[in-house]
Design a protein around this ligand. Structure first.
Ligand code: SAM
Length: 342
């Protein structure tokens, strides 16, 4: 088994059977997590990069079957931040030591190309030493180009699953896997640090799908990979499905660290939601990024992607001192840095 881990870390192609064993085989996971941690330390030391997550809108035109802010959810609370509110979040975040701001939201028709362009260029004008990450879903290539010209540095767009047939079970017919992946390639070609990613334990996901995810990551070579457990939301068609497992999520994070040693890997909010120490476990399994919530406190509960999403305590930007402490206890340190991919 350690041979297999070493071969993966050495860049070898693995067979389906070898992947299957690494993902679900009966072996001591701690060995895998230790190796992932060793590789992470080799490339990034013990630094943990923080990103201030600003959830700019809970309106969404899409209807992803797993997501609490899908357009068909008539009970979802909807809000949208103004540019002034977003800049106020950045001001607070800058003071706290954040040097990356992530603007994430549903696919909101209010966010015209020009509106986003202005917000990005205003943030970059005020905080030239900060990186701006966008995560606003699928847009025409021209929009991505304009926002890149305005100063956006990174873009997060999880591929969600690298199996077309699985993608079709998670989304309505109007959303296509082909278009999702095309957007990712466009982002990378334009020059963004591009982030892909997937949920672990989403309905209908099996071994084939997880192996496809790993092969997709190897081919796409993203700068960032967001991996978190699927968590059901009570107002979605997937309300009755069980959440993804923590061990399997940590396994996929660790395998991704070995596959892409230079990648920026967040210990995701979803991981922190399914277990009180999920975030620390994520860091110890190869993750090197955390994304505390910098949205205004009064809207945080409304960006409800899944049930019981944590947004207080160490998940909140104001809880940074406590987060710094628990990250230090895990053996790492939060740094004031843009934290670009190597
Ligand atoms: N609209 C943008 C997009 O599509 O990339 C960004 C917002 S979207 C809500 C952010 C991510 O939330 C998705 O990529 C998805 O993986 C995750 N997400 C949504 N519902 C989830 C759930 N029930 N459990 C875990 N993660 C979920």
């Amino acid at each position: 088994m350690t041979d297999l881990i070493d071969r993966l870390a050495g860049g070898s192609e693995l067979s389906d059977d070898e992947w299957r064993f690494l993902i679900e085989g009966d072996y001591e996971r701690q060995l895998l997590f230790n190796k992932a941690d060793e590789v992470r330390r080799q490339y990034y030391g013990t630094d943990v990069y923080i990103r201030g997550l600003i959830e700019i809108s809970s309106f969404c035109k899409n209807d992803c079957l797993y997501c609490g802010i899908r357009r068909s959810n008539a009970d979802a609370a909807r809000y949208r931040l103004s540019e002034e509110e977003i800049l106020a979040c950045c001001e607070q975040g800058y003071g706290l030591g954040f040097r990356t701001f992530v603007l994430q939201g549903g696919e909101d028709g209010f966010h015209t190309t020009q509106w986003v362009e202005r917000v990005v260029s205003d943030i970059k004008g005020t905080y030239p030493d900060c990186a701006v990450t966008l995560s606003l879903g699928e847009r025409p290539r021209e929009d991505y180009e304009i926002w890149y010209q305005a100063g956006a540095d990174r873009y997060l767009l999880r591929h969600e699953t690298a199996s077309r047939s699985h993608y079709e079970k998670l989304h309505p017919a109007e959303q296509s896997y082909r278009q999702r992946v095309e957007c990712l390639w466009n982002l990378k070609e334009i020059g963004y640090q591009a982030g892909a990613g997937f949920m672990v334990g989403s309905p209908f996901q099996g071994m084939e799908e997880l192996i496809a995810d790993m092969r997709f990551l190897k081919a796409f070579q993203p700068h960032m990979v967001g991996i978190g457990p699927f968590i059901p939301h009570h107002d979605t068609p997937f309300a009755a499905y069980p959440p993804g497992s923590m061990t399997l999520t940590l396994t996929m994070v660790a395998l991704t660290r070995l596959l892409l040693p230079r990648a920026l890997l967040p210990a995701t909010t979803a991981l922190g939601t399914i277990h009180p120490q999920g975030r620390e476990f994520g860091l110890k399994a190869g993750a090197n990024v955390v994304m505390p919530n910098l949205s205004p406190a009064n809207v945080r509960g409304q960006y409800s992607l899944y049930d019981n999403k944590v947004c207080t305590g160490q998940e909140a930007a104001e809880g940074l001192a406590a987060l710094r402490e628990s990250v230090a206890q895990a053996g790492y340190q939060i740094v004031v840095d843009r934290g670009d991919a190597l």
